[in-house]
Structures are given as structure tokens and as C-alpha cells.
Design a protein around this ligand. Structure first.
Ligand code: KIV
Length: 275
């Protein structure tokens, strides 16, 4: 049975820690789902780790829908959250509703995520009213990277900390079922977690959040460009892949791959006839 947004909310009440991971393709989604991770985020981080863009800004709706469809096909039980890309919900409530609906109707996601707090609360409210569960995202919101002037920790001054708390409350009031807190000091994230009734899911926000989210390539060590401070590498796939590719390359060059084991035979008499 697929997990629902209300079950995610209940996990906070029960004090159960919530795990979320990104996935961008069918076979990775199958693995993450198989482990029992309740939430899969098809993040717009795919712009960097899958498509090689410098930031999430160039990611389009079509790219997001393409990857979300693949993840939905691979995930049988996890709740799949589609990430609304830059400028696909900023122009008007109608635009936000239309694009949120595409994630649900065309791609088969069960929820959407968008960045912002007080400034997007009205849109969150209308999307939720239409029956689409919404995950909020505050703190370091990568779509506003040019405004922040880099990947800086958010909420360090008293004013900024109060703004973050107001953003979290606005999202809860608008009906968001959970809120991502990105790159926020751990004590502030813990305080926000206490002050709101919906689960907080941290990334670079310490252990006091209700749950944690990571970009899967960061925990697998399969993205070579950079490793964020908040990520722990549970594997080093770049090394494993590099070794396997090198071995394959060397064996093909040397003529030692393929062997009989990877080849197919046929009736010798048919072959003799052809000769
Ligand atoms: O796009 C993404 O992967 C995200 C997570 C880092 C929360 O927004």
C-alpha cells in the first residue's frame, strides 16, 4: 500500500523519524522503494546531478515530468513528490495550480514540493484545496541562489530566524503536509520543529528535525562535482564505476571480453552450410 501524506503527518505525532531520498529514474526508485523509504523526492536537483546544469534554475516542467514518470513506475509504496521548477508557480495562482496538476495527472506523483514561505502561502492553500498534497521548502532555497549570493546558511540573524519561523507557520496554515528546512542552524531547525504541527524534513538542518532528506547521488558518492558539507557518503560509487569501466575498457582492448560465457552458439551444420 502506498504511503499517504496524512500518514507522513502522523509519523511526527508518533515520534517516528521520517526518511526521504531523491530519485530520478526507474531503477533507483525501485531500490529506494524496496528498502521502505516512505518519501521519494524527484528533486529539481536533477538539473545538476542528472543533466549537468550549474544550478536548478534551467530545469523545465518537461524535464521534471519525464523523470517523475520514471520514478512513479519504479516506486510501488513510497509517496512520490514532484518538485516544481523555477518560475513554474511564481507568476499566478492559476499557473501554480496548472503545473501542480501536471505532476499529479500526467506524471502520477502523489504530492508536489515548492520553495518559499509566506510569499507562496496563497498558492499552497489553493493547490491543497484542489486535493494536491504540498510539501514546503524554506531556508536555503536553491531557486533563489542568485538572491542569496551563494550557498549560505540561512536564519542566522534574529530577523532572519523570525522570518523562517513565520514562513514555517504560514506553510502549516496554508495546509502543507511537511516542510523541508535546508541549510539552517541546527538549534533553529529544532525550534521550528517544536513550533509547527507538521513534520520538518531537514537537509543541513541538524538532527532535531522530524526527518531527513538527502540527494541520493551525495550519499552514494556518485556525483563528482562537489560533496556538500551536510552529506555523508555511505558509498563511493564514482570509484566503483570508474574501476568497472576501466576493467571493461582494458578487456575489450585485449580481446578477453566477451568470453564463451557471454556468447551464444548455433547449430554447427547451419554454419558449415553458410561457409
Ligand atoms: O531538489 C532537491 O533535491 C531538493 C532537496 C535538496 C530538498 O529540493
Amino acid at each position: 500500500m502506498r504511503i499517504t501524506a496524512s500518514q507522513v503527518r502522523e509519523m511526527k505525532q508518533k515520534g517516528e523519524k521520517i526518511t526521504m531520498l531523491t530519485a530520478y529514474d526507474y531503477s533507483t526508485a525501485q531500490i529506494v522503494d524496496g528498502v521502505g523509504v516512505p518519501l521519494i523526492l524527484v528533486g529539481d536537483s536533477l538539473g545538476m546531478v542528472m543533466l549537468g546544469y550549474e544550478s536548478t534554475i534551467p530545469v523545465t516542467m518537461d524535464e521534471m515530468l519525464h523523470h517523475t514518470k520514471a520514478v512513479v513506475r519504479g516506486a510501488k509504496n513510497s509517496l512520490v513528490v514532484g518538485d516544481m521548477p523555477f518560475m513554474t508557480y511564481h507568476l499566478s495562482v492559476e499557473q501554480a495550480l496548472g503545473n501542480a496538476a501536471r505532476f499529479i495527472q500526467e506524471a502520477g506523483a502523489q504530492a508536489i514540493k515548492l520553495e518559499g514561505g509566506v510569499n507562496v502561502a496563497e498558492k499552497v492553500k489553493r493547490i491543497v484545496e484542489c486535493g494536491i498534497p504540498v510539501m514546503g521548502h524554506i531556508g536555503l532555497t536553491p531557486q533563489s541562489i542568485h538572491q542569496f549570493g551563494g550557498h549560505k546558511i540561512q536564519g542566522k540573524s534574529p530577523e532572519a530566524a523570525i522570518r523562517l519561523l513565520e514562513d514555517a507557520r504560514a506553510l502549516e496554515e496554508a495546509g502543507a503536509f511537511s516542510i523541508v528546512l535546508e541549510t539552517v542552524p541546527a538549534p533553529l531547525a529544532a525550534l521550528i520543529t517544536q513550533k509547527v504541527g507538521v513534520p520538518t524534513i531537514g537537509i543541513g538542518a541538524g538532527a532535531g528535525c522530524d526527518g531527513q532528506v538527502q540527494v541520493i547521488n551525495d550519499i552514494l558518492g556518485s556525483f563528482a562535482d562537489f560533496v556538500p558539507k551536510h552529506a555523508k557518503q555511505y558509498a563511493k560509487l564514482t570509484d566503483i564505476i570508474k574501476n568497472a569501466v576501466t576493467e571493461y575498457y582494458n578487456e575489450v582492448k585485449a580481446g578477453s571480453f566477451p568470453t564463451a560465457k557471454q556468447s551464444f552458439t548455433m547449430d554447427e551444420s547451419i554454419l558449415a552450410g553458410l561457409k
